[in-house]
Design a protein around this ligand. Structure first.
Ligand SMILES: [Zn+2]
Length: 171
């Protein structure tokens, strides 16, 4: 059974597309969705692997490129061709176009396929969920869930301990 995006997920994702470093509280202010819901939804989208990461956006225009160095060293004659190439690839508009495309595709009802975190098979029914720290793992059946818990018991316990220590420090 895929995870179906609803209006809440869509609002959070669109808010994040404006700035991926926004805090849960900022997203909450933008969207009117409560901070705990924002956090839970965000974490779920990460945990099912739909949000794969939050990446910095670079302005390559500011980079001293080899081509630019080349221009400086070369005879003026050949400059125009190289400059055209640099102008043909304005990174910023490429990124804006990509974000626009993503914004169009992020919509309510988008179905995200889930795979079992233990057997790697598809999750057809309602997933069995194992929750520890801010991590959720999804399974096709109870035996995959318990298989996973047993196999990674040590790791799960240490993640839990670290997480609890961290949240104490935050308070
Ligand atoms: Zn499974």
């Amino acid at each position: 059974m895929p995870l179906i995006l609803d209006e809440t997920d869509v609002a959070i994702l669109k808010s994040l597309l404006e700035d991926g470093r926004k805090s849960f509280r900022q997203i909450s202010r933008d969207t009117g969705i409560t901070t705990p819901t924002v956090k839970a939804r965000y974490e779920r989208l990460v945990n099912i692997g739909f949000i794969k990461g939050v990446l910095p956006v670079f302005d390559f225009e500011k980079v001293e490129t080899q081509e630019k160095n080349f221009i400086q060293l070369r005879d003026i004659k050949d400059n125009t061709k190289i400059k055209q190439n640099i102008r043909k690839n304005p990174q910023e508009s490429v990124i804006k176009k990509e974000i626009n495309e993503i914004q169009k595709r992020i919509s309510r009802g988008l179905a995200i396929n889930m795979i079992c975190d233990f057997c790697k098979g598809p999750v057809y029914g309602k997933p069995r969920i194992l929750k520890f720290a801010d991590i959720e793992r999804f399974f096709c059946c109870t035996s995959c869930k318990s298989g996973y818990s047993e196999k990674f018991r040590g790791r799960i316990e240490s993640i839990k301990r670290k997480y609890e220590g961290k949240s104490e420090m935050d308070e």
